[in-house]
Design a binder for this molecule. Structure first.
Ligand SMILES: *Cc1c(COP(=O)(O)O)cnc(C)c1O
Length: 401
């Protein structure tokens, strides 16, 4: 069997599991080594000058120099494109490099961008930077309804940048509805699909134009790399490869790609565990007297539950909850009382993590962003869910008087 051809599968999940474990690899290319090697080589040499000249005519298809293509990185790209059911993928040195490239690809001076939901903090800073330096305006919508989106569209709107679920509050955006409105108005849609991973959400199939990822999270899953990816149709990718990718030079190093490939192999089993853990912890938190609200789209009571059933095939682990007493003191006490959950940025890895946006002096800013001051975000790791529940129970009991 040619391992580059996808055999027939009973379900889409079966296909995804095959992509994660084997697709894009061919041991015969590497002396039968079952794990592909790390091509830690900055350039590729040619025996004949005319072959070198010929190869330069398509730097995207030929191996010439690591800032363009690399055989190890290419395996990760094939897997991610196939998982998203997209035509083409390019890996970047970080999620932000991928997001910046995708955004810049569709912008002109004087363009306008709409964001849906609390997009990732640094993505928002990128938009502020574009506004200050290049007069690219943006509108951040908290209301994701088609009516409010339609009303926010301007003559010069070029991009809708979204996350679903939204960062921090975990509200879902109706992807096919947004894609339809965007197409009618000649606007490109870019979604940051880091939370759901392509296992649980395939935005391109809903009509979204471009998917971006921070592969430091669930895709790699072990908190040991920084990587990003852009997935799109071939034509868009050719533009991004020639411009934003090649010119800014944020290529993914092959060793990082190798770790990403290793992480992807176990992603389906990891995601199942994260999903189960997240849901059982969310259900537990719902009934704790110190908790006001739980923001998890998989809870029946959640405002996004119905939409989730339509467009998600599973739930990632990370979600948030709000303390009844949202004071900085209380938030601090709960977080410090946790022992399994370590304090730090990022999510989606083997270790459980916790953080809050409340820093004791940003009440106004949080209110403006629609974030409850008592909000705590947790990313359940791969520890036993019961241990994590016990840990949260003890920490929350310490603030119930
Ligand atoms: C982490 C993250 C990013 C940024 O990715 P980096 O790899 O850290 O540059 C972007 N979006 C989301 C949703 C993230 O969680």
């Amino acid at each position: 069997m040619d391992r580059l051809d996808l055999p027939a599968f009973d379900t889409e999940l079966d296909k995804d599991i095959y992509i994660c474990t084997h697709y894009g690899e061919n041991p015969a290319d590497h002396h039968g080594a079952v794990v592909p090697p790390v091509y830690e080589s900055s350039l590729h040499v040619f025996e004949k000058y005319e072959d070198f000249v010929e190869a330069q005519k398509d730097e995207q298809k030929n191996y010439l120099y690591w800032r363009g293509t690399n055989p190890t990185v290419e395996i990760a790209e094939k897997k991610l494109a196939a998982l998203e059911r997209g035509e083409s993928c390019k890996c970047f040195a970080s999620g932000m490099a991928a997001i910046s490239a995708a955004v810049l690809a569709f912008l002109h001076s004087g363009s306008h961008i709409i964001t849906l939901g609390n997009v990732y903090g640094t993505s928002f800073k990128l938009l502020d930077y574009l506004k200050e330096k290049w007069q690219v305006e943006h509108t951040a919508l908290d209301d994701f309804s088609p009516e409010s989106l339609q009303a926010a569209i301007q003559e010069n709107t070029k991009i809708i940048l979204l996350e679903s679920p939204s960062s921090v509050t975990f509200k879902l955006v109706d992807l096919s509805a947004v894609a339809k409105i965007a197409r009618e108005n000649n606007i490109k849609t870019i979604i940051d699909n880091t939370w759901a991973t392509p296992l649980f959400q395939k935005p391109l199939l809903e009509g979204i134009d471009v998917v971006v990822h921070s592969a430091a999270k669930y895709l790699s899953g072990h908190s040991d790399i920084l990587a990003g990816a852009v997935i799109s149709d071939t034509e868009t990718m050719k533009q991004i490869f020639d411009n934003e990718f090649t010119l800014f030079g944020a290529a993914l190093p092959p060793h990082e790609a190798w770790l990403l490939i290793r992480g992807l192999r176990t992603m389906p089993v990891r995601m199942k565990q994260h999903e189960d853990s997240g849901l059982s912890i969310a259900r537990f938190l719902q009934h704790h007297p110190a908790v006001k609200k739980v923001n998890h789209p998989g809870l029946l009571e959640n405002e996004s539950y119905k939409l989730g059933k339509k467009q998600l095939t599973g739930y990632a682990g990370v979600f948030s909850f709000e303390l009844l007493d949202g004071s900085y003191e209380n938030v601090k006490q709960v977080i410090n009382a946790l022992s399994f959950f370590q304090i730090g940025f990022s999510f989606g890895s083997y270790e459980s993590l916790v953080l809050s946006e409340n820093n004791g002096s940003n009440k106004e800013e949080l209110r403006r962003k629609g974030i409850d001051p008592g909000l705590i975000r947790i990313s359940p790791g791969l520890e036993s869910p019961q241990s994590l529940i016990n840990d949260l129970n003890d920490a929350l009991n310490s603030v119930v008087r």
